[in-house]
Structures are given as structure tokens and as C-alpha cells.
Design a protein around this ligand. Structure first.
Ligand code: NAP
Length: 283
């Protein structure tokens, strides 16, 4: 079986390529990247594929049995079309099955909604495509949050508008493990899985960080509008609204979901303190 992973130059795509290469060998795995030179270090065949070009993917997917589509980074309206390009190319190229990395979250609870809805749109496009399929809904990457730890330690606190809401996090390596199972095990076809660990509040997250680092961080909860203004001032309207929308979603329960990770991988998701400790040792 030859499998292909899109966005192979990215952090999630490359983690999935590495997992698949370890399990199946380098000759069974193809990475697809819009800038192939950025994925050359992965040690598998790399083909060119920009989500904006269905033609690119028709070529890139020749001889591929299963493709894993990593969701794009563009604005929601553009993403839907980009993902359609890959789905349509997969059909034309004779791909049997497509696995899609979607996002978790309940729509209607925050200004992050547009991203969630765009992902649901692609889910429906895939389900209606006639291809065999499997869909993962990724939790938030915890490492993306921990990358700000120096800043938090400097400030003595983590400030956001999540209040007492719970959020289920994951990590790219845990996702790579789950997606490898979804690529290779056809009994997981036709299902949508929440790929997350345990859900926890921001206070519980701060407690876990303090436990691992021996630190004394505090959690400061502020109002949604105050936080949105602050994030827009720091990151501009588009990203500021997305970041504030995520924490607004946590506050409103959009990301407090049950995990399907164990039913996909056969083991529990790494716990939050274990993951923070792994991060501490590796950064
Ligand atoms: N769950 C979360 O917390 C979370 C957080 C952020 C993002 N996400 C989603 O998860 C996805 C993967 O995350 P990541 O950490 O791997 O992000 P990343 O490291 O920034 O990688 C993004 C990848 O998307 C590729 N890409 C962007 N536009 C493309 C296009 N038009 N055609 C082909 N490839 C394109 C990039 O290619 P280049 O290397 O050429 O730029 C890169 O390989 C993101 O794309 C986003 O949808 C999830």
C-alpha cells in the first residue's frame, strides 16, 4: 500500500510522515508539499502539491491508495475550495480512501466559529465524495500554548477569557499516532473521531504547569470583550479575533468534548502533566 500525506513540510504533516515511515518503511510513504524542498529532509519521496491547484494533486496522487489531508491554513472561505481540490483530485486519480484532519468544537459558541464551520463543510464534502473516508477532529495543540511559557513565567500569570470552561488538548505526536491507525485500519472508516486528551480548565492547566516546573503561575480570567481588544491590539484583527474566539469557545463549553482517542489507538491519550514534562525535557 502506498500512502500520501499532504502539508508534509508542516509540523503535523511531518509528524504523520515520520510515524508512517517508521511503521511502513520509506518506500510506502509519499509526502506532498507546496514547497517540496521544505520536506526533503523527511527521507521519503516528496511530490509537489498546492491546495489551490487540483491539477497539482491529480499528479501528486497518482498510484496512491490512501491520502491523509491536513487541513489548510487559509481563511475559511478559501480553505473549503482548497480541500475540495484535493478531494476531487483524489477521486480522479483513483485514490481509495481519504483521511481528513478536522477541528473539534461545537459551532455557535464563539467567534472561532468560521473555522469550525469550514472544517465541518469539508467533512460533508468528503462524506459525500464517494471515497472511503475517516475523519479526526483535532483538539488544540498543547505545545502551541506551552511555547509561550517563558512569556507566562515572565508575567507570573496566564491571562485569557476562558473562565471556568474546560478544553480538551492534544499534541501533534499523539495525533500522528491516531492518524496512522486511521490511514491503515479500514475498520475505522466511515467514522468521525474526537482526537483529544482529557478536558481541563485553565486553572487546572496552570496547576499542571506549576507541578511540572515547580513554578507559581497564576491564572487570571478577564472578560471576553476586554480579551478580544487586547489580542487584536497584539496580533491584528484576523488572528486576534481567532485567538480570542478560541478562549471564548472554551468559556462557553465549545471544546469540552469526550475523547475517542483510545478507541482509535487502543491506549489512553498522554496525560497533560506527562505531556508538559515531555515538553520540559525537550525544549
Ligand atoms: N489544533 C490546533 O491547535 C491547530 C492550531 C493551528 C493550526 N491547526 C490546523 O492544523 C493544520 C496543521 O497544523 P501544523 O501545526 O502542521 O501547521 P504548520 O506547521 O504551520 O503547517 C502548515 C502546513 O500547511 C501547508 N500549507 C499551507 N497552505 C498550503 C497550500 N495552499 N497548499 C499546500 N500546503 C499548504 C504549509 O506549507 P508551507 O510549509 O509551504 O508553508 C505547511 O506544510 C493547520 O494547517 C491548521 O489547519 C490546528
Amino acid at each position: 500500500m502506498k500512502i500520501a500525506v499532504t502539508a508534509a513540510s508542516g509540523q503535523l504533516g511531518s509528524a504523520i510522515v515520520k510515524e508512517a515511515k517508521n511503521q511502513l518503511g520509506d518506500r510506502s510513504v509519499v509526502g506532498i508539499a507546496r514547497n517540496p524542498e521544505k520536506a526533503a529532509h523527511l527521507g521519503v519521496e516528496i511530490r509537489r502539491g498546492d491546495y489551490n491547484s487540483q491539477e497539482d494533486f491529480q499528479d501528486a496522487l497518482k498510484g496512491i491508495e490512501v491520502v491523509l489531508l491536513v487541513s489548510g491554513m487559509d481563511t475559511p472561505d478559501k480553505r473549503i475550495k482548497q480541500h475540495q481540490n484535493v478531494i476531487n483530485a483524489a477521486k480522479t486519480a483513483g485514490v481509495r480512501k481519504l483521511v481528513y484532519t478536522s477541528i473539534f468544537g461545537e459551532p455557535g459558541k464563539c467567534t472561532f466559529d468560521a473555522i469550525i464551520k469550514a472544517n465541518r463543510n469539508t467533512e460533508m464534502d468528503l462524506i459525500d465524495s464517494g471515497l472511503e473516508w475517516s475523519i479526526g477532529r483535532n483538539g488544540l495543540y498543547l505545545e502551541a500554548d506551552l511555547e509561550y511559557l517563558d512569556y507566562y513565567f515572565n508575567d507570573g500569570k496566564i491571562t485569557n477569557c476562558a473562565g471556568d470552561g474546560k478544553c480538551a488538548y492534544t499534541s501533534r505526536d499523539e495525533l500522528a499516532r491516531a492518524y496512522f491507525e486511521m490511514i491503515t485500519r479500514d475498520e475505522l472508516n466511515g467514522s468521525v473521531f474526537n482526537l483529544v486528551g482529557e478536558a481541563l480548565t485553565q486553572q487546572e492547566l496552570v496547576d499542571a504547569i506549576n507541578l511540572v516546573y515547580g513554578s507559581d503561575l497564576k491564572f487570571e480570567s478577564v472578560g471576553v470583550e476586554e480579551y478580544r481588544r487586547d489580542r487584536i491590539a497584539a496580533h491584528g484583527v484576523v488572528f486576534g479575533t481567532i485567538i480570542a474566539g478560541i478562549y471564548e469557545g472554551i468559556r462557553n463549553g465549545a471544546f469540552d468534548v469526550d475523547s475517542d482517542f483510545a478507541s482509535v489507538t487502543g491506549r489512553d491519550h498522554i496525560s497533560v502533566p506527562e505531556f508538559i514534562n515531555w515538553f520540559r525535557l525537550n525544549h
